[in-house]
Design a protein around this ligand. Sequence first.
Ligand code: ASP
Length: 582
Amino acid sequence: MYRTHNCGELRINKLGTEVTLSGWVQKVRKLGGMTFIDLRDRYGITQLVFNDETDAALSEKAQKTGREFVVKINGTVTERSNKNPEIPTGDIEIIVKKMEVLSKSEIPPFTIEENTDGGEEIRLKYRYLDLRRPVVQKGIILRHKMAQEIRNFLSNKEFLEIETPFLIKSTPEGARDFVVPSRMSDGKFYALPQSPQVFKQLLMIGGYDKYFQLTKCFRDEDFRADRQPEFTQIDCEMSFVEREDILTTFEEMTKHLFNKVMNVDFPNAFPRIEYDKAMENYGSDKPDIRFEMKIHDISKLSQNKGFKVFDDAEYVGAICAEGLATYSRKQTDKLIDFVKRPQIGAKGLVYVKYNEDGTFKSSVDKFYSPEDLKTWAEALSAKPGDLILVMSGEKSKTLTALGELRLEMGERLNLRDKNKFAPLWIIDFPLFEKDEETGQFHAMHHPFTSPKPGEFNLLETNPEAVKANAYDLVINGNEIGGGSIRIHNTEMQEKMFEHLGFTKEGAEEQFGFLMKAFKYGAPPHGGIAFGLDRWVALFNGSDSIRDVMAFPKNNAGRDLMIDAPAEIDEQQLTDLHLKIVK
Ligand code: ASP
């Protein structure tokens, strides 16, 4: 037998018990006539003691074990004279009588403790060692717990977990597909699903009116911060539902998770904010509403006073950063640099300090009198001591830039507390997005999303104005989930494909099977998918989803541990009917 107990469970009530423990050697110390080992497994750490005098050979054996050796010991639980209140087993130690080295270890490339000295690349290369660290375990265990709660909740509501295939044909979530060459069909390829979207719709047609699945999705996207080429969705779909049914069901699921996992309760309904409002007030369709600092349109107040930059702009907007009127020139210059960074791409930033004594000092004092600036302050409900930051230009770009600046100021003012959660729904997204260069419409969500009821007729006359029956769940500035009520008839779906620039043949070739299925009795349906990785990261207080994946890839999509992607040999290429062209 390898163990009677794990390394985290023995307490003072077990004094005198003979136990067998197995685990990893975290540390070996020699102190006076004693040798100590901290023995670790995923449950905790237990101190082992070897008396150099009573059994010199055993003590010597203990001293010869190195970090990360795997050992099995037999011994007796005794009370520690020098208790360690930092760990749950800190009142006891094991007087070892027998020890067996089960496995030796090379010296690990980084320290396997809460705080490690290893950089991310080396930890990813030796991920199995990194996984031994308690901080990493915490994320993995949390992930399990959340998955379990999701399954409980949905199963109790009669949802069925149904698997859908990975080797399929392209799915339209707007990214590039990963493809898999087929050996059996010369020159043909499978695509890996960007999501199970079409399959879950086919399941609705198949009569499985409540479906969910925790599943991998694959998207070949260019490097963007904190993306993974494969990630996990909680994918859900329901039949005979309207938007309200979906929002109610999944708001309840969200509250259930918060309650069971985080011990946080939300007695009120989540706020719902229309997409247009979110953009206008927060410059983002995933606003962080843990703090206010709304964006205000001050175009009317600031134009036609001789300041050409504002006069020529489509839009002038501002935010108010509370209490920051004391910012020095250097600090405001730094902010200007911040908004000029390519990620934000603004040309500049105007600041107005509303001083404690009620006077104003701004970077545009030449053009605006204190009375003018006072009207801005009033529009923003700014108080003496506040700093007003103004940006101008093309409306949507300026709003986005102000949105970024708002987040930065929120960060600086410590308004983005990781222990505070602010969930909300974004609703009424536009149905289409227009490609600025080609003028082509793209589906903002995906091509199966239905317009809002009552907006069907607008599709012909003013497609840009059509709102989609789509929604996102946003928590603390993260898009945690998104979905829509779907189109469920062939004519409507055909019209949609047409608007998206598909030829009849193109649509038929890619989605003919779905259109055909719609002809055999498709129930009204809708659904949503949540990003499990991001949700766990959020609950875990992690900035990166890599922290909560057992075997993540690095930022360039490489698995540094198994060294993938990698070349394949000539024979495999031949079997797959492929030739590499350099
Ligand atoms: N398939 C969609 C996505 O991956 C979610 C949905 O519409 O249910 O974003």
